[in-house]
Design a protein around this ligand. Structure first.
Ligand code: SR1
Ligand code: MG
Length: 420
């Protein structure tokens, strides 16, 4: 495929002919494209995704559409997100090898990334809804966050490389605007694109009139847009994680940007908490406690692993301009207090972003299947109310939650409340 041909969306029918001359693809699935099995499986909000299989092998072909798929062509969106996703994937693969799909081929003009087909992996969100457990999930996610966040920051990178990456990813403006609107702004007023479960009206009203909370949301928003600490995944929820029973991979970093260290881990925690609060609708009572406890244990282990790995990188790879050993260890002094303070800042920010994500997935566009699959609206709202009110508590009082144990106690408290 010529790299400067005019953009044209792929279809199941034309994909074979268009890609069968690309050497990197031929290497994986051969060139007998009439024998390829091609399926479009994209169920996300933005892109086309095809699985291509042949007798020889398989690949995923992901192509950006020039609009938001969830909404249609009334919401145009730049194809360049594919360029940023490609650049994020190759950096993540360097920073935590083996955790993201291998990229085989990228075509900027066509906004196509051809990558490893993860099989038999399935999306984590579906597993959580089905009550499946994944061995090693928390360790994989905690390490991924620590390695990508630390290694993409001024704690580790040569600062000229960091500045050039920060400038590169700053170009992902249209995607960042989605987060700026859908995550940080729309949930807190009656925006056109919003929707929520009707019985939640009194709680939504309470949140939207809570000025102190909206000010805290704006403080977190300011951090998202102006604290370019590291390269974020930018959309790390349970739909961006694929697992087998024992292996975890992270996909879809098209929302990548430079941003605050606590963002990814906060979003991830929110998605585990939303799964936790929605479980009474998905589990029989004899399985409920065990599975909810497992989710809370995963949250705790993600943070424990994150801190342990971050600490180890602090000791072994702190080669950037921040907290240089010339100022500490070389003078016979310890930088331990600097590490503790850095981790505390990440923790506090993560809890703030967590609370906001818990709001936006119920109040603005792009809700989560965890709650959306619940048909009984009164029951759905009663579970969502717990999630919304815990989100508020985190936004307002995040600095008084000292550790993951306290976070878990807070979730258990809200899980017992009748708020409607
Ligand atoms: C219009 S895009 C809506 C959401 O889908 C993506 O997964 C991001 O979470 C975004 O906010
Ligand atoms: Mg995505």
């Amino acid at each position: 495929m010529s790299s400067n041909s005019k953009y044209d969306p792929l279809t199941v029918l034309n994909l074979g002919e268009r890609l069968s001359k690309v050497p990197q693809i031929v290497e994986k699935v051969g060139d007998k494209f009439t024998e390829w099995d091609v399926k479009e499986v994209g169920d996300g909000n933005l892109n086309l995704v095809f699985i291509v299989k042949s007798e020889i092998g398989s690949v995923i072909v992901k192509q950006a559409l020039p609009y938001v798929r969830l909404v249609g062509d009334s919401w145009p969106l730049s194809l360049s997100r594919s360029f940023f996703e490609y650049h994020a994937l190759i950096r993540q693969d360097r920073r935590d090898p083996g955790k993201v799909p291998k990229v085989y081929y990228f075509n900027e003009e066509q906004a196509i990334i051809v990558m490893e087909y993860l099989s038999p992996h399935t999306i984590l969100r579906g597993k959580l809804i089905n009550g499946e457990k994944v061995n090693g999930l928390a360790v994989s996610l905690g390490e991924f966050c620590a390695r990508t966040l630390f290694r993409g920051s001024d704690l580790a990178m040569v600062t000229s490389d960091l500045k050039s990456d920060a400038a590169l990813f700053l170009g992902n403006v249209e995607i960042m605007q989605i987060t700026e609107d859908l995550v940080f702004t729309d949930p807190y007023f009656d925006a056109d694109r919003n929707n929520h479960t009707e019985p939640l009206d009194p709680i939504v009203q309470k949140l939207r009139s809570d000025v102190a909370m909206k000010i805290e949301v704006q403080n977190m928003f300011k951090k998202y847009i102006s604290h370019g600490e590291t390269m974020l995944h930018g959309d790390l929820h349970s739909g961006s994680v694929m697992c087998t029973e024992a292996e975890t991979k992270i996909i879809d970093p098209e929302f990548c940007s430079y941003g605050p260290m606590g963002f990814d881990i906060g979003m991830l925690t929110a998605n585990f908490l939303m799964s936790y609060f929605s479980q009474p609708a998905h589990r029989k009572s004899d399985e409920l406690d065990d599975y909810q406890n497992w989710i809370l244990e995963v949250i705790k282990q993600v943070f424990d692993t994150f801190e342990k790995e971050f600490q180890s990188l602090w000791v072994s790879e702190r080669d950037g301009i921040l907290f240089p050993s010339s100022l500490f260890e070389d003078q016979g002094q310890t930088s331990e207090a600097g590490l503790k303070k850095t981790l505390m800042n990440i923790w506090n920010d993560a809890l703030g972003f967590c609370g906001i994500e818990m709001h936006r997935r119920l109040l603005s566009l792009a809700h989560n299947a965890d709650f959306e699959l619940i048909d009984d609206l009164a029951f759905k709202a009663s579970l969502e109310a717990r999630n919304l009110m815990m989100g508020r508590e985190l936004i307002l009082n995040r600095s008084s939650v000292k550790n993951a144990k306290e976070l878990i106690l807070m979730a258990e408290k809200f899980n017992k409340e009748n708020l409607l």
